[in-house]
Design a protein around this ligand. Structure first.
Ligand SMILES: [Zn+2]
Ligand SMILES: [Zn+2]
Length: 1305
């Protein structure tokens, strides 16, 4: 039962050791060859490293066939069948017994044992020095036993070895063979019976032995001939003396007896001659017969002459290997060529010299896995054997040695060398960990070989079992795995992205540069990446050291005069053959392109994968990363791609809010008045955005760079601008009040979980409502226009742990800041030619109306400081939550444009609101009746922090019923969408707070996205049937929760052992069975414990019961899930198509951001990764659950209304201008989407367009209208059909036709 970790040996090694082991002659080291592996000599021992005594018997075992049992190979594996070898050494007459059995049918290796070489671990036994050894003696023999089990967990084979001293002691042997004793006995007998024994002389010892053997042999094999022996039988008396009396003790010991006077009765064993012998007397006699044969064999030749000698069975070695299941163990083909070591390398690894290298390596791995503490010893042996073998055999071992080094293994010699490396003396016992670490640090300062030093230090630390030294050596990043973890990447991450992560990391925390660099080094090393190595060397992604010659050579183009087509062909072949080297080939191609000044080749170079569709005029432009601005580029790309928004920005002058008193007094955005100053700032923002958009359309480059000022205006909202500016001027340190997590500054969008207000705020419904229990930690917030209370009220407490929060209020519904920065700003006096950062202001555009108010004048700070400050501010702004920034973009856009109308509450209506804002009605049913409240929102917040889910269940969480506290009473609250926006934005909440670790972490649970979702189920309706369906769903969900809880209980999810209930009972049962079976095994029966066999049965029943319940619960869950999933399967009127997926890759504090945007016309997804915009060839990378450790995760989703998608979504808008004209010419007015024109406008629509931006009403039919007017299933949602339908008035309800036609995009 002991599971102590011990080294083992392979069957061939055990066989050899059995042949060598002599319990009588103990080596100087006192090492027991059969129980102690490998030779570890006692402390202070300095004698010869013997593991066998020089005086040991060179055993010559013979098989005792009648005591052995060799089942046929096909029978050996059955439980209960044992292979038994009994043998005796013809020299020392020691008896050997080897028994092999399988406790469980041989386990996995039962039928395919050919390739399996057992690796025996000594488990128990009794040896010469053990106190109880004497008790084992049988007829004064002494015995030693050794029990082994195979170390492979999949193999259940056990073997027992027993070695027993000879039956015939030296005294008995002398009695039978001492010539003097013999002649003395004979003389006595002759003297007593001179006539009877006339002519007899003293017998030769061989005769005495042979006669005794004959008696016993007959007794065993031939009962008929085994007659009573007359005590005065002549021959008997000559051999054994007067009436046998001198040998009486021996004869009796051997089982002879005197039953009647004058006769010796030979022993009478059980007559059944079943083999192998079971009867102890038969076994005893057989042993004696064998010993007598051995003694006869040992007689001098002169004596043996004329005697017919028995033939011993000579099959022993084969029998032994067969018994150990190693008869055909693999052998090295060139074993004869191997040089043999002086040291016991083979013995230590538990192998023999003629095993092939692969088997040696396997044994090494076994040894290391069962006895890791002595890895350096085993590793040293492996290396030495490799060195001694040479040829292919050495190569195999060499590879294993390399692998072992790569895993951080080392030999004892390596450790000694490591001490030497630091000029330390490994024998110096006064050396402390501190000394060593000190020496290492001193060493680091004077060496460039830091990695080598760390490796050497690590070996010392590991060999001393010193975690302290090891961590000093590691500095946390010492393996490729750690490197991956550190950078938040994995082995499939591209080189490009690793560099991105590296720069992000060190931008973020310059002090981490060393670690980050080491991480990249490790990764570069592991993947043998030239790109990374080059980057490490030069700090450049670029070509650096590759010259044109290198480039041609790399692409395997021998002739530099070939044309572009040939170069492209060569390049394509290279990429095809080694896609992982694409970056390198790209570099080569770009060098050649530059040298040849070839536009064709230049085009090929852009992006990491050359595509024929990368014609610049048909491909979205990339955005250069302007620093640590995270998701800014994703955001800008997304808003650019929404055509009505883009056109509004490009045509800003037509939309611009005028700043007259009357307009200002009416202005209300986000339920609050907006100051003139805020509007001016917002208009500056839109100008900057306009410049960028124009640039994105017309640039002749594959990517453009957003301005810092735009970044600042985008990332920082007017309401917290002042606070951030104060912060950036006060201190460059980011940690001042901005929040830190795990010592890292917060960077959006996965910023800190927002702070829960200490006191719960009442729902603004005329009564105090406080959340009691929220099924999901999410809800629809009125992030645009609702009052602040609602968010605080509806979000459950668990989602809002205490943590630092942004100092500035990020909500747009707060009143304009009264900060002095704003107050002090003089209005309408400053010149308009420069913005604060000094670059040309967009208002120099000739289309600028003359009454445009001036921007805020430059603040009185030096330009250089201002530039620095701007960068600081952008950096601080980048730490805003992405939704805050999205809100900010939408808020500022609304501030900047004039209203197209006002709603009942005085809230401004405009194109932005039409596009992005929806409304939700929340219903609270309390004792007093049902109350409702409507809120405006620009995104739905869904939670995947607590577990994986699909998009519907995620959205459900925002609308499902939940319990709230209204004036002390429990009330139900649920939400329903009263207005859907054409562009439906969904915020995916992933940050969770660990209350134990007091830190936030990002959950990477999978959110299963659907290409198309139907929003019908969420719509506000008075239709009872629909309402009941929703209620039914809620009940099912409650049930599902109960079932889940029970399932988790059955699966024991909270337990660390990973056993579910049935398995737990099963394993308990197996343990009991094992314990029970100990009784049946003679080798272990004395260690067995009494167990009630009934327990086993009961455990089995319990296992079955829980298994059945688990199956039932799981089935019930499945059924319930199916019911939930299909409840609204027929409600498919309001189709929304997935359009954009914002992705974050990294941790809560750190990471990389990109966006996927779908092109409905070309039906392709594109990945916008800063300056790189590539086609996604396999949409699985967006939709499929990645099995990576830290997968990229969506954090913001955009669905667009299916019928309107072609007018809304327009990701490719390019109109490349000549470089010369673009720099000077005015921004192009409303550039058409050059490649794929939008659906043609109807005459009515055209009319609206020419009217300018006023009077646009963008409304989608309400659910009620769709329900009533459109029979389900009759309307298709294809774009063309829809357009036709809306134009001809067939599809949409008549009441909404006008609205749709009025949409001017
Ligand atoms: Zn021997
Ligand atoms: Zn095995």
């Amino acid at each position: 039962m002991s599971s102590a970790q011990r080294p083992g040996k392979t069957s061939p090694r055990l066989a050899q050791d059995i042949c060598l082991y002599d319990p009588l002659h103990i080596p100087g080291t006192r090492r027991n060859l059969l129980s102690e592996v490998p030779p570890v000599y006692p402390e202070g021992y300095d004698g010869p490293p013997d593991y066998i005594s020089p005086t040991a018997c060179r055993h010559e075992y013979v098989t005792k066939t009648s005591q052995s049992f060799f089942p046929e190979p096909e029978h050996r594996w059955r439980t209960g069948v044992s292979t038994r070898l009994s043998a005796m050494c013809v020299r020392c007459r020691y008896h050997l017994q080897v028994v092999t059995s399988h406790t469980n049918g041989g386990g996995q290796y039962g039928q395919t044992s050919q390739d399996h070489v057992h690796h025996w671990m000594y488990s128990s036994g009794r040896q010469r020095d053990s106190v109880s050894a004497g008790n084992l003696s049988l007829k004064e023999q002494t015995a030693e036993s050794f029990h082994y089990r195979c170390s492979y967990i999949t193999c259940s084979t056990v073997v027992s070895v027993r070695i027993v001293s000879p039956v015939l002691s030296q005294d008995w042997v002398r009695l039978l063979t001492d010539p003097e004793l013999l002649s003395q006995r004979a003389e006595e007998a002759i003297a007593a019976h001179p006539e009877r024994l006339e002519g007899f002389t003293g017998p030769q010892p061989i005769t005495v032995l042979e006669d005794l053997r004959s008696y016993l042999s007959n007794a065993l094999h031939d009962p008929k001939r085994s007659k009573s022996i007359s005590a005065i039988n002549k021959r008997f008396m000559v051999c054994f003396g007067m009436e046998g009396q001198p040998c009486k003790d021996l004869l009796e010991f051997l089982g002879f007896s005197v039953k009647k006077e004058g006769f010796w009765e030979p022993p009478r064993p059980d007559p059944s001659e079943e083999v192998p012998y079971q009867d102890t007397l038969r076994i005893f006699l057989d042993d004696v017969v064998h010993e007598l044969s051995a003694l006869i064999d040992q007689r001098p030749l002169s004596e043996k002459r004329g005697h017919q000698l028995d033939h011993f069975s000579r099959s022993f070695l084969d029998d032994l290997y067969y018994t150990l299941e190693a008869l055909d163990y693999p052998k090295a083909t060139r074993a004869n060529d191997f040089s043999m070591p002086g040291a016991p390398f083979y013995e230590d690894l538990g192998v023999v010299e003629d095993m092939p290298s692969a088997a040696i390596v396997e044994a090494f791995n076994r040894q290391v896995s069962v006895d890791p503490a002595r890895t350096p010893l085993y590793f040293g042996c492996l290396k030495e054997i490799g060195a001694l073998r040479g040829g292919d055999d050495a190569a195999i071992i060499e590879r294993a040695v390399e692998a072992a080094y790569a895993e951080g293994k080392y030999t004892n010699e390596d450790v000694a060398n490591a001490y030497k490396y630091f000029s330390l003396n490994s024998d110096d016992s006064s050396l402390t960990d501190e000394n060593i670490i000190g020496r290492f640090h001193a060493f680091l300062n004077s060496t460039t070989q830091e990695n080598e030093s760390r490796k050497q230090l690590w070996r010392i630390g590991d060999s001393r079992r010193s975690e302290r030294i090891k961590s000093a050596a590691e500095d946390r990043v010492s393996t490729v795995e750690q490197a991956h973890m550190y950078l938040g990447v994995d082995e499939r991450t591209s080189d490009d992205f690793i560099i991105t992560m590296y720069t992000t990391k060190i931008n973020d925390s310059p002090s981490s540069k060393d670690f980050a660099r080491r991480a990249v080094e490790l990764i570069a090393e592991a993947r043998k990446s030239d790109v990374l190595k080059h980057y490490l060397k030069t700090g450049e992604m670029g070509v650096g050291e590759m010259d044109v010659g290198d480039a041609y050579r790399l692409l395997q183009i021998p002739d530099r005069t070939v044309d572009d087509a040939a170069i492209v062909a060569a390049y394509t072949i290279c990429i095809d053959e080694a896609p992982s080297q694409a970056e390198t080939y790209n570099r080569a191609l770009s060098i050649i392109a530059k040298e040849k000044n070839s536009p064709l080749l230049s085009t090929m170079v852009f992006g990491s994968t050359p595509q024929s569709d990368r014609v610049l005029s048909e491909w979205p432009v990339g955005l250069q990363n302007i620093g640590n601005t995270c998701y800014l580029n994703s955001l800008l790309q997304f808003y650019f791609s929404i055509r009505p928004f883009r056109e509004m920005v490009l045509d800003f002058d037509s939309y611009k809010m005028s700043l007259d008193e009357e307009s200002l007094s009416k202005k209300q955005v986000g339920s609050r008045k907006v100051s003139k100053k805020e509007i001016e700032r917002s208009q500056r923002f839109l100008r900057e955005l306009q410049v960028l958009f124009q640039n994105m359309i017309s640039s002749s480059q594959p990517s453009v760079t957003p301005g810092q000022e735009l970044a600042r205006l985008t990332l920082i909202s007017p309401s917290n601008e002042a606070a951030i500016r104060r912060m950036s001027t006060r201190s460059r340190s980011r940690s001042v009040g901005l929040g830190e997590l795990n010592g890292m500054p917060i960077i959006g969008p996965l910023g800190p979980p927002q702070q829960e207000p200490e006191t719960k705020e009442p729902v603004d419904l005329g009564g105090a409502a406080t959340l009691i229990e929220a099924p999901e930690k999410l809800h629809v917030t009125g992030s645009g226009t609702s009052d602040a209370d609602s968010e605080a009220t509806l979000v459950s407490e668990g989602a809002r742990p205490e943590s630092q929060t942004l100092p500035a209020d990020d909500k747009e519904n707060t009143p304009p800041s009264s900060d002095e920065d704003m107050k002090d700003a003089p209005e309408s006096i400053a010149p308009e030619t420069k913005t604060t950062d000094g670059h040309p202001a967009p208002q120099s555009s000739p289309v600028e109306p003359p009454d445009r108010p001036p921007p805020v004048p430059p603040r009185p700070v030096p330009q250089t400081d201002r530039q620095k400050q701007l960068i600081d501010e952008v950096e601080i702004g980048a730490q805003q939550d992405v939704t805050e920034v999205i809100n900010n973009v939408l808020f500022q856009s609304q501030c900047a444009v004039r209203p197209s109308g006002f709603d009942a509450n005085g809230e401004q209506l405009d194109r932005v609101k039409d596009l992005f804002y929806g409304r939700t009605k929340s219903y609270i049913s309390a004792a007093a009746g049902v109350r409702s409240k409507e809120e405006l929102w620009c995104d739905i917040k869904v939670d995947v922090a607590s577990g994986p889910r699909d998009i519907y269940s995620a959205i459900d969480g925002a609308f499902d019923v939940q319990k709230v506290d209204v004036e002390g009473a429990v009330a139900e609250q649920y939400g329903a969408i009263s207005k859907l926006p054409p562009v439906l934005q969904i915020q995916v909440q992933r940050v969770q707070f660990d209350p134990v670790k007091k830190s936030s972490f990002k959950s990477t649970h999978h959110l299963e996205l659907l290409d198309t979702i139907y929003m019908d189920r969420y719509m506000d309706t008075q239709n009872l049937e629909i309402l009941n369906r929703r209620r039914e769903c809620w009940q099912w969900k409650n049930k599902l929760k109960t079932l889940e809880a029970r399932r988790d209980e059955l699966l024991r999810k909270d337990e660390s052992d990973k056993f579910d209930m049935p398995t737990l009972f099963d394993s308990a049962k197996i343990v009991l069975e094992d314990l029970l079976s100990m009784k049946d095994n003679p080798e272990t029966s004395d260690e067995a414990i009494d167990i009630d066999p009934q327990l086993v049965t009961e455990l089995e029943q319990l296992s079955q019961m829980t298994q059945t319940e688990l199956t039932n619960v799981e089935q019930e869950m499945k059924n319930t899930q199916t019911m939930i999933a299909t409840q609204f399967a027929d409600s498919k009127h309001l189709a929304y198509r997935l359009y954009a997926v914002f992705v974050h890759h990294g941790s809560v504090t750190f990471g990389h951001y990109y966006i996927y945007i779908f092109d409905f016309r070309k039906e392709v997804w594109r990945k916008y990764n800063d300056n790189d915009v590539t086609e996604v060839h396999n949409a699985e990378e967006i939709f499929k659950n990645s099995d990576r450790q830290n997968p990229p995760t969506p954090y913001f989703l955009v669905y667009v209304h299916d019928a309107l998608k072609d007018r809304l979504a327009d990701p490719v808008c390019r109109e490349i201008l000549d470089a010369a004209s673009s720099s000077l010419s005015p921004p192009p007015p409303l550039p058409p989407s050059s490649q794929a024109p939008p659906p043609p406008l109807s005459p009515a629509e055209v009319a609206v367009v020419t009217d300018g931006p006023e009077d646009i009403e963008m409304r989608l039919p309400s659910y009620e209208e769709v329900q009533i007017d459109t029979p389900s299933g009759t309307r298709t949602t294809g774009p063309d059909k829809n357009h036709t339908a809306s134009a001809t008035g067939q599809g949409w309800p008549s009441s909404t036709q006008a609205d749709l036609r009025d949409v001017k995009w």
